[in-house]
Design a protein around this ligand. Sequence first.
Ligand code: SF4
Length: 465
Amino acid sequence: MREKCGVVAAAAKADVSPYIYFSLNALQHRGQEAAGISVYDDEEEKIKCYKGLGLVNEAFREIDMNSIKGRRGIGHTYYSVKISSPYNAQPTLVHTSAGDIALAHNGIITNSGELKERLMKEGHNFSMGSEEESMAFLLSDYLKTKSFEKAVKSLMKDIEGSYALTIMFNNRVFGLRDPFGIKPLCMGKMDGGYVIASETVALDVLGAELVRDVRPGELVELTEDGYTSYQLVEEKNKAHCFFEYIYFARADSVIDGKDVYMTRKKIGEQLAVEHPADADMVVPVPDSGRAHAYGYSNRSGIPIAEGLMKNRYIGRTFIMPTQDLRQKYILLKTNPIRSIVRGKKIVLVDDSIVRGTTMRQMVDLLRSRGAKEVHVRIGSPPIVAPCYFGIDMTTREQLIAYGRDVEEIRKKIHADSLGYISIEGMVKSIGIDRNDLCLGCVTGEYPIKVRGEKQRFQEKLEKWE
Ligand code: SF4
């Protein structure tokens, strides 16, 4: 499972590209395929865009950040299986009759196909065909007759789905969060300017102080001296993605007022209450299960040990052509420490199980290194449905928990016992009302209309007039 992207925006008294570069590095976990920075060049009076493939430091290897001039800018880290050229990376820059528009997007627009069709009929020529290009065209059309904030409100009426966006319109820079706040977005104050980013870790790296989260449905304009807020839309309930707390966000981030590490630890504690185990040792799956495992150990009194060593230096690798190589890949990534696991009854803790292949390999590996028993504990409820809002999650048929009960899954992953946290226990640990979380992939009920899927209770509070 991979998050689709991380976004940044900055306005400062100094050139912002080094700040954006640092912040993108802090958001590297949200996308490793490409990275991009757009800045407004005051001398040339236009937005310039710099993009490259790979990790942030690879993408900008050839570019001297100090040579990029501009005191307002946005940035993006990209994950997509489709990308083959930096041209398709973000920010997406479109030169329109209304002015230059650059967009960096985290999320998915679920009605993008219909919007593209409509825009093509209206005479727009797409060069990339992306949903970000559609959003830029829609904005440019509305900007012919409206102020920027009114144009954005009109855009929000057109688009459905999840979006945490950073936007440039000529030399102005903005952050925008969808009305349900599905994706995270926060704002900070740094020395000589303001910054918006997907996660607080991108503020921390700049020494910026967290001002607050961007509110669902809010547009924020940054300047070097402050910010202006436009609450464009307000929904009765929110739909924050619970998986940010379980896995996607970095553990040292704070999202919508919740400390991610502490949340994961609480989930581990709750897991120990719901699914105790007769075992000698708690072993985290590195790094995703670590905080949950500490919580489990804390509450159960079972000592924790790093029984699995992760190879941190693999980077991206080729697609494994054979089953044998795919199996060996797990050994390349993770290796058990024999002296810790041999002869022990292990509680193996991870954040989630998607297809189950990796977990089965991990259990087999621990046994092959001498573990007596392997009891698997999982910090999210079973994933039974796909995500439509920006997570690279698979179809129902490929999800191990789809159509299977826990006992059947246990057998498939070769564990001695298996326990998933309950939805209630997880919601309690996160500390956000269940009605303000997206639980689509564990309930099959989505906060936004998705064709062929159940929609949860949502009523629009504001009629978007
Ligand atoms: S469906 Fe699951 S992964 Fe997708 S946004 Fe909702 S909670 Fe997050």
